[in-house]
Design a protein around this ligand. Structure first.
Ligand SMILES: *Cc1c(COP(=O)(O)O)cnc(C)c1O
Length: 408
């Protein structure tokens, strides 16, 4: 059989080009039944381990991570109901917009750039108003800020046990620990293409039994057709039991690739615990290298810095455009900022999944070396052009930011 290899088409988090699991170039005749067989064992086995949940319901639907927001907004929230969005960057804005599109009344607590919403702010908001749901971005990909999922789940459940806790894990699942049951998280929404290392195109949502009950007991109709859990629940059950059933065509090829990736993550060494530890170690290496160069991270407090990516302020006078080609030459892909007010000021690097776990690839060494060389080169070239024009050259800051040991 012929094979082809898909490279990450997005200029995003790959520390170098990621090669995805090989897929058959020509799929066998596609019928929805094919995937039913391939889907069995998903719910009970792999997701239970990945998200530490004994009975979460999994929805696997063709679409990107964004579809997870639509699923939450249209199944769990009735028009006019109050939702609290904890906003630590760009993706908090978008989640709010999506909720509002379905008629939710949204209050946002917007953290300062580089910070996460604090416990006291959450407590204050929950004491002032009853919310149907609290949503937060676990790792906001725009800022590299990691929210404390355990604190948020526990805080919400302590003050308002019926309020659903929704975690946007598109950038965190499989690189950060998420204990759905123990931390009181009702929904985790994610996608196939970031930490899960499969091609893009699959929306993955895990809903607690409490969340399902809320969806099933709503008074008004579900406000989406394609994203309706009422439609998908029997299909997911059919996937598990291997029965043929149709609502909308499943992305058979993606489901297979995802299945391969998920099995790798949950069943093949390293263990999940070890995987999270490796992400923390890799993150520290990258962040130490950045500090050594005299650069500052966007997250203000290392406790709130993601382990699967880094967001770093550019040296004075150096633009993203000075850095991207230099790194690309060294086979490393980085991307610019993604926050409306600061996007020219920082860049982002991904270090998750295979880059971190498969040390034999040597990706991390390559990334750290390339980063150091490229930044020094970009700074030097700016300085020489400034000197040519008789201006003050860039000076390295006197003190390099110290990194206390982050959470381990
Ligand atoms: C990428 C991302 C999304 C959106 O996912 P798409 O697959 O691009 O639709 C949502 N939330 C976070 C935190 C993300 O990083």
């Amino acid at each position: 059989m012929a094979f082809f290899r898909i490279h990450n088409p997005l200029p995003t988090f790959a520390a170098r080009k990621i090669s995805y699991p090989r897929l058959p170039a020509r799929l066998p005749s596609i019928s929805s039944q094919v995937s039913h067989r391939k889907m069995s064992t998903f719910k009970q086995e792999a997701h239970k381990d990945l998200l530490y949940s004994k009975d979460a319901q999994i929805f696997l639907i063709s679409g990107s991570g964004t579809l997870g927001w639509d699923q939450v907004a249209s199944n769990l929230i009735e028009p006019g109901e109050d939702v609290l969005v904890l906003n630590s960057g760009y993706f908090g804005d978008s989640f709010r917009d999506c909720l509002e599109a379905y008629g939710a009344k949204v209050d946002s607590i917007v953290a300062e750039f580089g910070a996460a919403v604090s416990k006291s702010e959450i407590e204050k908001a929950l004491k002032a108003k009853k919310y149907k749901a609290v949503t937060f971005t676990h790792v906001d990909t725009s800022t590299g800020v990691l929210s404390d999922a355990k604190m948020i789940g526990e805080t919400v459940k302590a003050i308002s046990p019926e309020t659903l806790v929704v975690l946007d894990g598109v950038c965190s699942v499989a690189s950060e620990e998420i204990q759905m049951d123990a931390w009181g998280i009702d929904v985790v929404l994610t996608a196939s293409q970031k930490g899960l290392g499969a091609p893009p195109g699959l929306s993955i949502v895990a809903a607690s039994q409490a969340a399902l009950a809320v969806a099933q007991s709503r008074k008004t109709p579900v406000t989406s057709y394609y994203a309706s859990w009422k439609k998908w629940l029997p299909i997911m059950n059919a996937y598990e039991t291997g029965k043929p059933m149709y609502f909308a065509t499943p992305p058979v090829n993606l489901i297979r690739a995802y299945y391969t990736s998920l099995k790798q993550i949950t069943q093949v060494a390293p263990s999940l615990e070890e995987r999270f530890k490796l992400h923390k170690e890799a993150s520290r290496r990258v962040k130490d290298a950045v500090a050594e160069l005299g650069l500052k991270e966007v997250p203000k407090d290392p406790y709130y810095a993601a382990n699967g990516m880094s967001a770093v302020y550019l040296p004075d006078g150096v633009g993203v455009g000075d850095l991207v080609p230099r790194l690309l030459q060294r086979d490393v892909v980085i991307t610019g900022g993604l926050h409306k007010d600061y996007k020219e000021k920082y860049f982002r690097i991904g270090h998750m999944g295979t880059t971190v776990v498969n040390a034999e690839r040597g990706d991390l060494d390559k990334l750290v070396t390339a980063l150091k060389e490229s930044i020094r080169e970009a700074v030097a070239s700016k300085q020489s052009s400034l000197l040519d024009r008789g201006q003050e050259p860039y000076r390295r800051p006197e003190t390099t930011p110290k990194r206390p040991s982050a959470r381990l």
